[in-house]
Design a protein around this ligand. Structure first.
Ligand code: ATP
Ligand code: MG
Length: 188
């Protein structure tokens, strides 16, 4: 069973999970047209567990917007995590710009994508830190332009502490929509 296919339940599981291996050298993939393709992908979380995907094939062309629908538990989040390289397919492969992600390198691939997942959370810190995801050298102009794109900037500047407003365990609450827009700004 690949290490990425285990269910993580506790801090110990995270601490004991072997580090992800990514042996491809750094390279900039900005020249690739950002299509995402799954070829003959099968996936289950562990041996003996039911298959969530069996021989899944699809191609999302650059510029396309695609919605995946299905009942709760059908495998939509699993499918997305595979397409993002967060879970490794048991069979088949994922391609980005018609190149296997395996060859491109996960770190290189991830620099080309941004996501907001169902269970993403805010961490204790300021709005600015949460948007820049605790980057040690945040770029304030970029951060604000992402907050503007996510329609969050105006809400933030209306707060007395602005971008320094604390959120997460320590800070004031945000509305559900503000939280979603913050996660969108972070992804951008
Ligand atoms: N980490 C995991 N380990 C083992 N099984 C899992 C894990 N995550 C999800 N599953 C199982 O895989 C199946 C698909 O789950 P998934 O989260 O992909 O569904 P979903 O379509 O996104 O559902 P929802 O609409 O409720 O978000 C479910 O039966 C779920 O119980
Ligand atoms: Mg889901």
């Amino acid at each position: 069973m690949p290490p990425s296919a285990t269910r993580l339940n506790s801090a110990a599981d995270i601490a004991l999970e072997p580090p992800e291996r990514d042996e491809q050298p750094d390279s900039n993939l900005a020249h690739l047209l950002p299509s995402i393709e799954l070829r003959n992908v099968s996936f289950r979380y562990a041996e003996g567990e039911p298959w969530i995907l069996r021989n899944a094939n699809f191609l999302i062309e650059a510029g396309e917007s695609v919605a995946v629908t299905g009942p709760s538990g059908a495998g939509k989040s699993t499918l997305l995590k595979i397409a993002l390289g967060l879970l490794k397919p048991c069979e088949g492969e994922v391609l980005f710009g018609a190149m296997p992600v395996r060859q491109l390198g996960l770190a290189n691939f991830r620099r080309q994508i941004g996501t907001v997942m169902q269970e993403d959370t805010l961490l204790t810190g300021s709005l600015a830190e949460n948007i820049a995801f605790f980057d040690v050298q945040p770029d304030q102009a970029r951060l604000e332009s992402c907050a503007k794109l996510a329609q969050l900037h105006d809400d933030i500047v209306r707060m007395p502490m602005g971008y320094q407003t604390l959120v997460g365990d320590l800070g004031s609450g945000l509305s559900g929509g503000q939280k979603q827009r913050l996660l969108l700004a972070r992804a951008l």
